[in-house]
Design a binder for this molecule. Structure first.
Ligand code: GLN
Length: 537
């Protein structure tokens, strides 16, 4: 097995995860089996308990792990299957070390960061090696070089590289080369200092990926090469993308990054054939059609809170050769100004997942507007609960119908807590999580789109459609289009006599990829496009 470690310098949010994932795409397309993992130096056991303001989206895996959103990039850019072992936090490391200490496994020794914490970190690399049987393992270290909390991880990979041996390890450092407007030039000093910091720890990067707004000229590359002790051709330019993050693998290929990696690791593999990827980019840059989709949420000012949702919408566009403009709509704005003003003119409305009461009424107004105006609607998790509440209130005329999450005293809890959730007191990792089979109903639009009757989708929620209202709802035109295999939990709802109104209790966005757009998103964008282009004048 060969190992690639990706670290980051100067500032956070440089897109290390994207770079790691894009390198994964290239290596896979050279015929290698690739595994990816992320180390996060924070003390939370997982990001499941963190607010979107702190952390962005929580990405859920098949096995129910709540993970860092970079794992979403890994799954979208490669065919690697991830499990909870692919995301390690300091919290998990310390939990394991302390469990061992309490069991007496350390046989009277003083338990220390080196070697006990670092060993535990290395164990995770070995675990993935055994499990994945991959040719190459790409490990991304979260945080920025120089952070105190990242030190044990850097020490662990330094030691590990020694064990793995020459030609088996590549260190890639993703750094920032800022453009200083007043001087009119790119500056290399922060990169030099960040590399110096790494070398102090004993890591000399083989490759520098320089994130920059302007192209790096020859002189700058030479300067970075000389001062950072990295060969000239291994100074890689990674400019801000013009159109889409899916351009990154092609950009890195142009910079011959995968060639350099394969040379360093002595991997004799053919060049990557990226023609299918080029086709995706063509559809993103010059689509045949265009449509505007409104995403009605609570964290719309944050880039990352609905990451997978935005990506899946774009994939739905790729499937229809349709450019999608995503309108991020604050649900509270709908409450203030009414839905017409904000939602008219859109091709479709999507209500994503969420927690907490803020903006709920605005989302209900959006679902009503979509139902009444026959505007395509896709609801995800909370988005299905919203559609259910809306239907109960305005079609069944059940006044004050609600989810017991938002109104524990509602006379009509059409969405209510699962029985198994009622005695749960701990917050972390206790929701209904991960992939479960869903049985789709013959004749439903969902079954038609999936082209299957049993599908597997990922969950992350505590509340469910209340079966006490199922009969009334169905009689009034709500279609229960999907349930759990035992028929007990409602998983998908649709509306009769509507061009596209589908909502799911699960999160389809986690399984969509640019080269395999999710069927529900494909259908949603197709419907939105149809509406725009076939609307009577
Ligand atoms: N808050 C809702 C629940 O817990 C929906 C969760 C979600 O959208 N992920 O059931």
């Amino acid at each position: 097995m060969k190992y690639i470690f990706v670290t980051g310098g100067v500032v956070s949010s440089l897109g290390k995860g994207l770079t790691a994932a894009a390198l994964g795409t290239l290596l896979e397309n050279r015929g290698l089996k690739v595994a990816l993992q992320k180390f996060d130096p924070y003390l939370n056991v997982d990001p499941g308990t963190m607010s979107p303001y702190q952390h962005g989206e929580v990405y859920v895996l098949d096995d129910g792990a709540e993970t860092d959103l970079d794992l979403g990039h890994y799954e979208r850019f490669t065919s690697t299957k991830l499990t909870r072992y692919n995301n390690l936090t300091s919290g998990q490391v310390y939990q394991r070390v302390l469990d061992k200490e309490r069991r007496g496994d350390y046989l009277g020794k003083t338990v220390q960061v080196i070697p006990h914490v670092t060993d535990e970190i290395q164990n995770r690399i070995r675990e993935i090696r055994e499990q994945s049987k991959a040719d190459v393992l790409i490990t991304e270290i979260g945080g920025t070089t120089g952070d105190i909390e990242g030190l044990p991880f850097l020490e662990a990979i330094r030691e590990f590289a020694l064990e793995a041996g020459h030609n088996n390890v590549v260190f890639i450092h993703v750094t920032f080369v800022p453009f200083i407007k007043a001087a009119g030039e790119l500056k290399t000093k922060p990169t030099q200092q960040s590399v110096a910091k790494l070398r102090e720890i004993g890591i000399t990067p083989h490759i520098l990926v320089c994130r920059c707004e302007q192209p790096l000229n020859k002189e700058l590359r030479q300067k970075i090469s000389l001062f950072c002790n990295v060969p000239y051709e291994a100074v890689i330019e990674e400019k801000d993308v013009d159109h889409s993050i899916y351009e990154v693998p092609l950009m890195l290929q142009r910079e011959r990054m995968d060639d350099i990696v394969c040379d360093l690791l002595r991997l004799d593999v053919p060049a990557a054939n990226m023609s299918h990827w080029q086709d995706i980019i063509r559809k993103l840059i010059a689509p045949q059609h265009r449509v505007r989709i409104g995403v009605v949420g609570k964290y719309i000012e944050l880039q990352d809170a609905y990451k997978s949702v935005y990506e899946a919408i774009i994939h739905g566009g790729i499937a229809n050769d349709c450019g999608v403009e995503i309108e991020k709509i604050d649900a509270e704005e709908i409450e203030k100004h009414g839905p017409e003003k904000i939602l008219s003119g859109l091709g479709g409305i999507l209500v994503p997942g969420g927690f907490g009461e803020r903006g709920i009424e605005g989302k209900i107004m959006a679902a009503r507007f979509a139902r009444e105006n026959k505007l395509p609607y896709l609801g995800l998790c909370l988005g299905m609960q919203i559609a259910t509440i809306e239907f109960a209130r305005h079609v069944l005329k059940l006044d004050n119908a609600h989810s017991s999450e938002f109104d524990p005293n509602t006379p009509h809890p059409v969405i209510a807590m699962l029985d198994e959730q009622k005695n749960v007191t701990q917050k972390g990792g206790t929701m209904r999580l991960g992939a479960q089979p869903c049985q789709l109903v013959v004749g439903s639009k969902a079954a038609q789109l999936y082209g299957a009757f049993v599908v597997s989708e990922r969950h992350r929620h505590r509340y469910e459609f209340n079966n006490a209202y199922r009969g009334q709802m169905e009689a009034a035109g709500l279609i229960i289009a999907g349930t759990t295999s035992d028929g007990k939990l409602v998983e998908v709802i649709e509306l009769k006599d509507h061009p596209f109104f589908i909502a799911s209790q699960f999160h389809p966005e986690f399984q969509s990829k640019p080269n395999a757009p999710h069927p529900l998103f494909r259908g949603f964008i197709a419907a939105a496009h149809n509406r725009i282009h076939h609307r009577p004048l």
